[in-house]
Design a protein around this ligand. Structure first.
Ligand code: HEC
Ligand code: HEC
Length: 368
């Protein structure tokens, strides 16, 4: 009996010890596992943080001269990257979703002859419209530098099918040689494989730095209005009806007297000039739409005749001559109240005589 009890006791004991050790091991394993995950996450976060840091440095030395130290772009030079539109944030998305839902409901209500509901919906739609108008009004300074509230998503507009990461990385790697036709300096290629100076890991670091500007749902209208330049959309030059597209450009160093001789041989078309001036190829309106940035389009011709030509410097000038010189040699004269050096100085090599004549003809219609 005594021996029996002893064995039982011992087995109890063993089971207990076994169970306790098993549980202890499980707790230990679990504890290590949890900590390992946290450790890995911390490691990855640290790795990304270091990559972003290296990216920031490379951005400062390679990109900031065109895209701005803060990534908000430079007027007439390069578009912003710290930019809600590049990250696809649509400030009007919520309002537009409500408008769509209500419009569908309205069609159904109308089909059922439910005039009360239709009237109700119309009131709501009008309210949403005024909310939308109010928001768009707040975006005015962004609109002045190229933002289009109706086309808020850069990648969607471009029909880009992949991720933003790949967009940034590949644009950087291969550059945009064609952007020469619509920016003073094209976006250069940076990958060593394409003749640039950056290794793949460096391109990755800069990409991480740029993606780090994403604010998710927290983008504000202030962020939008802080952008100095939005992307511009080239239209296929072949579709611009200039008549003289294949002609050589006016030339950077061509004197104003020679330019006037060249202009005498062509006839300007104000309709085409309107497209050139207000379109994206030259982007004139991008600046001239806002009186804060550049002399406004409206009344240009009136000011030329009544104010500019009275300046002693322009004694003997015709209005056309003043315009031709303002466009091709902006350094010759700075309109009072505006900054010198903002108006691009390279239109001489970007426009043909025909295009210059077209734009002058268009500006002459601004005589109100
Ligand atoms: C010489 C000026 C210049 C420099 C330097 C430059 N860029 Fe650009 N970049 C441009 C221009 C101009 C565009 C617009 C091209 C276009 O619209 O096709 C552009 C476009 C881009 C775009 C695409 C933006 C969009 O909305 O389409 C990205 C991304 C970009 N640059 C990143 C960089 C990075 C990163 C660097 C530094 C490694 C850099 N750029 C250096 C001039 C420059
Ligand atoms: C990046 C901004 C910018 C762009 C793009 C731009 N301009 Fe200007 N423009 C200015 C500024 C700023 C002034 C006033 C300062 C000065 O005289 O240089 C000016 C002055 C002028 C003037 C003189 C206006 C006056 O009231 O006397 C004319 C004309 C003109 N621009 C035409 C054009 C045309 C045409 C284009 C496109 C082919 C163009 N600009 C593109 C910024 C711009």
């Amino acid at each position: 009996m005594k021996l029996n009890r002893l064995i039982f006791e011992r087995i109890d004991h063993r089971i207990l010890v076994g169970t306790v050790s098993f549980l202890a091991i499980m707790v230990l394993v679990g504890w290590i596992w949890i900590n390992e995950n946290a450790r890995m996450a911390a490691f990855e976060a640290q790795y990304l943080a270091r990559s972003i840091e290296r990216g920031a440095e490379l951005y400062g030395s390679s990109c900031s001269s065109c895209h701005g130290v803060d990534g908000r772009g430079a007027l007439g030079v390069a578009p912003a990257l710290d930019n809600p539109s590049l990250f696809g944030h649509d400030f009007l998305a919520e309002i537009n979703a409500q408008v769509n839902t209500l419009s569908t409901e309205r069609t159904a209500a109308e089909a059922q002859g439910n005039t009360t509901r239709v009237a109700e919906i119309d009131t709501q739609l009008a309210d949403l419209q005024s909310q939308s108008d109010a928001l768009v009004a707040q975006m005015q300074s962004a609109v002045n530098v190229g933002y289009d509230p109706a086309a808020p998503n850069r990648l969607v507009d471009l029909g880009w099918g992949s991720t933003l990461h790949n967009f940034v990385y590949s644009t950087m790697a291969s550059g945009r040689p064609v952007s020469e036709s619509y920016w003073p300096q094209p976006m250069p290629a940076w990958a060593q494989a394409n003749g640039g100076s950056l290794r793949p890991d460096q391109l990755e670091d800069i990409t991480n730095f740029i993606l780090n500007w994403d604010r998710g749902d927290d983008w504000t209208i202030e962020d939008l209005n802080a952008v100095r330049q939005f992307a511009i959309y080239p239209i296929n030059p072949a579709t611009v009806p200039t008549g003289g597209q294949q002609d050589p450009p006016v030339g950077l160093d061509t004197s104003i007297d020679e330019i006037m001789i060249g202009l005498a041989e062509v006839t300007g078309d104000p309709q085409v000039g309107d497209q050139l001036y207000n379109g994206v190829v030259f982007g004139c309106a991008g600046c001239h739409i806002s009186a804060a940035v550049a002399p406004p389009i409206e009344g240009t011709w009136t000011r030329v005749i009544n104010e500019r030509l009275l300046e002693p410097q322009f004694a003997g000038y015709t209005g056309e001559q003043y315009l031709a010189e303002s466009i091709t040699h902006p350094g010759a004269f700075t309109v009072p109240g505006y900054l010198a050096g903002v108006m691009p100085t390279n239109f001489g090599e970007r426009t043909t005589f025909q295009q210059l004549a077209d734009m002058i003809a268009y500006l002459k219609t601004q005589d109100q």
